[in-house]
Write a protein that binds this ligand. Structure first.
Ligand code: GDP
Ligand code: IMO
Ligand code: MG
Length: 422
């Protein structure tokens, strides 16, 4: 029995959804701890594909309890759409979905301000889901929380207060029409009627479950390099996807965490703006995007692609405390004569000792590459490590030693069965 954190070790979309679903067969509870519907976690079962934005990726296992933790920011309509999707697919979640009373709500003005900001000079390339503006209100101590839905009179007062300020900003600064306060209140009340039964004190619930030896998987969204503190600021999200965020985002103390599992894509991708030292602008980059089907699960945007960056993942291993890793999408590299891995950076011919998170510095680094012979073969049906081509094993051995972690699983396709356990 244990408490494990699953973290994205790069810029998101590493395959966390697939891995969390896979590991869910071994746990009692899966918890999302930060982010919101900016996440898109894909699970493929047979020919059916599910994409989860807010619901934890353990929901397809009928005995697994799923918890949306206090660190998550919840957009009502996104959650309702997802619940409907589950119902339409005959997935029963009654009695096994809990929502933290302390989670914050993404309001229509958060999404609107997010999209207005993206048209200005501070463009980040966000998912447009209102994430940043909602976390701003959380830290400014004026956010609307799930618990506020439980007291209708107070809720109305809080929304009116927030909207008075937001409408002022919308009108005077953004030259935008005011939003209708009554409409927003009605939407919140309708939302509460549908989700009221799932609301609970999830920190209390989780600590109680852990004391009864239940095993828990904490599912991170995004990735370490998108972390607001440790990522490539300002081109980051507004939460802490790194493992530390799992404690604050759930109320589970650090002393209860047993291990941190890093999800590591066998190459690198990034969506949105920001530095990306190993990005490829040539045929190889296009090949990675095409074979890897690298399109955003939330926005459909094409993901930028590049070679694996061991210097970056080693930094990620360090700040997350990753002790074991799952390498995903190794199959995608089976179409190259030569595969490169970045082992460090140089600026003006001088090798950097530490990974720089300053965007300006990262934009000026020159990656140092080590070349590997490709295996040029299809590996997506291989189920045993020994059956992998020698070149693929050499690539994995190098990654494991350069990044300083043990590899526990290798994913060679989107389905559960396309996984090699070591
Ligand atoms: P997440 O956000 O980390 O959950 O990742 P996404 O779901 O956004 O993106 C990962 C994509 O790769 C999805 O389309 C998955 O179905 C797919 N995928 C996951 N693992 C593998 C793999 O090992 N090989 C291939 N070819 N696709 C994979
Ligand atoms: P999953 O969980 C990849 C990126 C956006 C943008 C930046 C800020 O599926 O791995 P935001 O909307 O959060 O304010 O956008 O973060 N981003 C992601 N990139 N995967 C994600 O989630 C992402 N969630 C946000 O593209 O660059
Ligand atoms: Mg994703």
């Amino acid at each position: 029995m244990s408490v494990s954190i699953v973290v994205g070790s790069q810029w998101g979309d590493e395959g966390k959804g697939k891995v969390v679903d896979l590991l869910s067969s071994q746990v009692d509870i899966v918890v999302r701890y930060q982010g919101g519907a900016n996440a898109g976690h894909t699970i493929k079962i047979g020919d059916k594909q599910y994409i989860f934005h807010l619901i934890p990726s353990g929901i397809l296992h009928k005995n697994v309890i799923c918890v949306i933790g206090n660190g998550v920011v919840i957009e009502p309509q996104a959650l309702l759409d997802e619940l409907k999707m589950l119902e339409d697919n005959g997935i029963d979640f009654e009695g096994r979905l809990f929502i933290s009373h302390n989670a914050h709500l993404i309001m229509p003005y958060h999404k609107l301000i997010d999209s207005i900001n993206e048209q200005g000079t501070q463009k980040i390339g966000t998912t447009g889901r209102g994430i940043g503006p909602c976390y701003i209100d959380k830290y400014a101590r004026r956010g609307i929380r799930i618990a506020d839905l439980l007291n209708k009179d107070d809720l109305k007062i809080k929304i009116r207060k927030n909207l008075a300020e937001k409408n002022n900003i919308l009108e005077k600064i953004y030259d935008h029409a005011k939003l209708d306060v009554d409409e927003i209140i009605d939407e919140c009340l309708a939302f509460d009627a549908k989700i009221d039964k799932y609301i609970t004190d999830t920190a209390e619930y989780l600590n109680d479950a852990i004391s009864k030896n239940k095993s828990v998987l904490l599912e991170g969204a995004q990735g370490a390099l998108l972390d607001v503190d440790h990522g490539t600021y300002p081109y980051v999200t507004s939460s802490n996807p790194t493992s530390g965020g799992a404690c604050t985002g759930t109320g589970i103390p650090p002393t209860k965490i047993n291990n941190v599992i890093g999800i590591v894509k066998a190459y690198t991708t990034r969506v949105g703006l920001g530095p990306f030292p190993t990005e490829l602008f040539d045929e190889d980059g296009q090949k990675l995007g095409k074979i890897g089907a690298e399109f955003g699960a939330t926005t459909g945007r094409a993901r930028r692609c590049g070679w694996f960056d061991a210097f970056l993942v080693n930094y990620s291993r360090k700040i997350n405390g990753i002790d074991r890793a799952v390498i995903t999408k190794l199959d995608v590299l089976g179409h190259f004569d030569e595969i490169k891995v970045c082992i460090g950076y140089e600026i003006n011919g001088k090798r950097l000792k530490y990974f720089p998170t300053s965007s300006a510095e990262l934009n000026s680094v020159v990656p140092i590459y080590q070349s590997f012979k490709g295996w040029n073969s299809e590996i997506s049906e291989i189920t045993k490590y020994d059956d992998l081509p020698t070149e693929a094993k050499e690539y994995l051995t190098f990654i494991s030693s350069a990044c300083g972690f043990e590899i526990k699983y290798i994913s060679v396709g989107p389905k559960r069965s396309q996984t090699i356990e070591l």
